[in-house]
Design a protein around this ligand. Structure first.
Ligand SMILES: Cc1cc2nc3c(=O)[nH]c(=O)nc-3n(C[C@H](O)[C@H](O)[C@H](O)COP(=O)(O)OP(=O)(O)OC[C@H]3O[C@@H](n4cnc5c(N)ncnc54)[C@H](O)[C@@H]3O)c2cc1C
Length: 384
């Protein structure tokens, strides 16, 4: 008997989860509050663990075509000199791909059957019975499904139906990020992080090398709302990185040139949640585990969530077993993502102290969430 799922939130996490569910034969609809699916004008770095999930979803080739391959991953001091002790921690990245966020979202959404995504639907309430779950939207619509998946980001409304509401934690850092046109002197196959006292500057190519994604992480004495993008101020950014490698200065100058853009984001996360699911409701992506971007894993972990959840729900005989599947999902995902949340905080501090004590990433990159879900399913069958 087919399971029917409702995914709330049409960001990269929600859309990838919907595709994973669809691929596994689960009936799925996505409800997004915005009037169209859209992403911010910035890049995202896909690590080996996330790339593997995209291959499982059948979009590996599109990602390879639309992304930019980072053969080299470099950690350098503010003046451009390599950080001597870093290569083991930083260059162990293996294969990473930089991709424009809008490109990733649209290549995933393009794989969904027509009519699955419902825009203009802002979830405001949730209720459930023994046999189904219902979401109510601000436009007056309601939807009832066997399982509801809250993929509605760091401000998740659905999270409030799983745990007591908490405030996101401000990290004291603002990210000034955006895109510039590819620049002579910046290698098209390289991700580079400049680290100095209290600041770091990350650059990697996206869109087959046509554009460079940059992020300047700077301390901020005042709270800036997260997920709220104010137009960036290139002059202020230039002042923050004055005296750094001249290449950093040229990238900041290019923000005001053709194809350049810049926004500011307050960096927030939350402590790991004590639970992700209640009855027929569960959480995924930033709604479940908002993390600082210092391990570049927010999207990658959301992709793992979606694939793992789809494997578990897709294996059910019918809707009566949804609660058990959500219990398995949580047992598979919650501890791992908590470790990544904690590691991201630690890594940010490592960058800000010139690249010392960086988190080892091999345990993050060498993981196959689909294989882990299959193993869990097999062990459950053995136990019966
Ligand atoms: C500066 C910066 C750099 C980053 N770099 C990386 C990186 O290199 N690699 C990486 O893996 N991650 C990175 N991340 C993290 C990554 O951006 C997030 O983890 C990821 O985008 C979360 O995806 P999501 O779909 O869970 O949430 P979101 O992208 O927040 O999507 C949530 C969606 O739900 C919708 N929504 C919200 N509320 C409702 C509602 N009530 N009803 C209906 N819809 C709703 C929203 O409109 C949105 O479309 C970075 C983050 C930042 C800030």
């Amino acid at each position: 008997m087919t399971i029917k799922a409702a995914v709330v939130g049409g960001g990269i996490g929600g859309v990838a989860a919907a595709l994973a569910l669809h691929r596994r034969g689960v009936g799925v609809d996505v409800f997004e509050q915005a009037t169209e699916l859209a992403e911010v004008g910035a890049g995202v770095s896909l690590a080996p663990n996330g790339l593997l999930m995209l291959e499982h979803l059948g979009v590996g080739q599109s990602v390879a075509r639309m992304g930019a391959h980072h053969v080299h991953t470099e950690l350098v001091h503010a003046d451009g000199r390599p950080v001597a002790h870093a290569p083991d921690e930083f260059a162990r990245a293996g294969r990473t791909v930089g991709i424009h966020r809008a490109d990733l979202l649209s290549l995933l959404a393009d794989e969904l059957p027509h009519g699955i995504v419902h825009t203009g639907h802002r979830a405001i309430a949730f209720s459930q019975t023994e046999s189904d779950a219902t979401v109510t939207f601000a436009n007056g619509a309601t939807v009832t499904a066997d399982v509801v998946i809250g993929a509605d980001g760091i401000h998740s409304v659905l999270q409030g139906f799983v745990v007591a509401p908490t405030e996101p934690v401000f990290s004291g850092v603002v990210a000034c990020r955006g895109l510039v046109a590819a620049l002579e002197g910046y290698p098209a196959d390289t991700m580079r992080m400049w680290v100095g006292n209290d600041k770091h500057f990350l650059v990697f190519p996206v869109r087959a090398g046509e554009l460079l994604n940059y992020v300047g992480f700077v301390p901020s004495p005042t709270k800036v709302r997260e997920s709220w993008s104010a137009p960036g101020d290139p002059a202020a950014l230039a002042a923050h990185f004055a005296g750094w490698d001249p290449l950093v200065g040229r990238i900041i100058e290019a923000i005001s040139g053709p194809g350049g853009s810049g926004f500011e984001w307050g960096m927030y996360d939350r402590a790991p949640l004590s639970r992700w699911s209640v009855g027929r409701l569960t959480l995924l992506g930033d709604a479940a585990h908002p993390m600082l971007p210092h391990l570049g894993q927010g999207v990658n972990q959301a992709l793992e969530d979606g694939v793992a959840l789809a494997m578990l729900l897709g294996a059910l005989d019918g809707p009566a077993q949804v609660r058990d599947a959500l219990g398995s999902y949580e047992s598979l995902r919650r501890e791992r993502t908590a470790q990544v949340q904690i590691g991201s905080r630690r890594n940010g501090a490592g960058y800000d102290s010139s690249g010392s004590q960086l988190t080892d990433r091999s345990w993050i990159y060498s993981y196959d969430a689909r294989a882990e879900a299959l193993e869990l399913l097999a062990s459950g069958r053995d136990a019966r």
